[in-house]
Design a binder for this molecule. Structure first.
Ligand SMILES: [Zn+2]
Length: 282
């Protein structure tokens, strides 16, 4: 089965990960822009990171038979530094117009602050101007922050902002937020993590309850404890749980293809050869 991974941070992963992903059937990935562990202090640091994702990572992935695409944005975690975020947005346009940028993301909320909201709204506008898909990060549950509240606020903002709901995905849903997201026409993302977030069992239960339409499952793997092969593992679990091959294919391939194909820039190559690392030179 050919798998398209719609949300993963490959910049943080190793060449062994690429090999394992290729061997497990992953042929295409989309990398949204996110926090790198240290808050950036300059717009140029964002821009260099975008170049890394759009150009270098794409070339690196290709050697392992994986077609790598990017979403570009000022992420919600760093949006609270409003002067820096706004200065960065002034220079964001050319990066969104890059031929390998297939969406605006991740945008949304981290601590649900007014600054985050300003940066979220501005980037929604930029996506709409370019007719690009939008990937929305919902906040994590913490003692101070409620994921459900953050998701409800995101949906309120989207309701006022008229943009084709088919072009928007609200990501990192849980059993708590699915009833909110499914009341709308936006896509819903489900993230499979080894410990936190969802596991394959919970994903399967959510899919049974809410169906397979407008759902993307992803690993969101990054530099934390996460698994770039979450999707093939979820496919195996779906098979054990009695889902049919067309249903599994729909989640692993058809849905992500349909979502990102809403921009004509997305022309995935799913037949790239895996090049034996012993045969190429740096
Ligand atoms: Zn992410």
């Amino acid at each position: 089965m050919i798998i398209i991974e719609p949300h993963i941070h490959m910049i943080s992963r190793t060449t062994d990960d690429y090999t394992a992903m290729y061997n497990a059937g992953i042929r295409c990935v989309v990398e949204p822009a996110f926090w790198q562990g240290v808050n950036r202090r300059h717009p140029g640091t964002f821009f260099d990171y975008f170049a890394l994702s759009l150009d270098f990572e794409h070339t690196r992935a290709m050697r392992y038979g994986v077609d790598h695409w990017s979403c570009i944005a000022v992420n919600p975690k760093e949006a609270d530094d409003l002067p820096l975020a706004l200065e960065t947005l002034e220079g964001l346009g050319p990066w969104l117009d890059h031929p390998r940028c297939v969406g605006v993301g991740e945008i949304g909320f981290n601590r649900i602050t007014p600054n985050e909201e300003t940066v979220f709204q501005r980037q929604l506008e930029m996506a709409k101007e370019r007719d690009l898909p939008v990937l929305i990060h919902t906040p994590h549950d913490t003692p101070e922050i409620s994921k459900k509240k953050g998701t409800a606020r995101i949906l309120d903002i989207l309701r006022e902002f008229s943009y084709d709901p088919a072009k928007i995905i609200v990501d990192h849903n849980t059993e708590d937020t699915m009833p909110l997201t499914r009341q709308t026409d936006y896509w819903a993302g489900l993230t499979v993590y080894p410990y936190s977030k969802l596991n394959p069992r919970r994903v399967v239960d959510i899919l049974r309850r809410w169906g397979l339409e407008r759902v993307l499952v992803n690993s969101s793997a990054d530099w934390g404890v996460s698994d770039p092969c979450s999707l093939p593992k979820t496919a195996t679990f779906m098979r054990e749980e009695g889902f049919s091959e067309p249903e599994i294919l729909r989640i692993m391939h058809d849905n992500p293809l349909a979502f990102y194909s809403q921009t004509p820039k997305f022309q995935p190559r799913l037949d790239l050869p895996y090049i034996d690392p012993a045969t190429y030179q740096r």
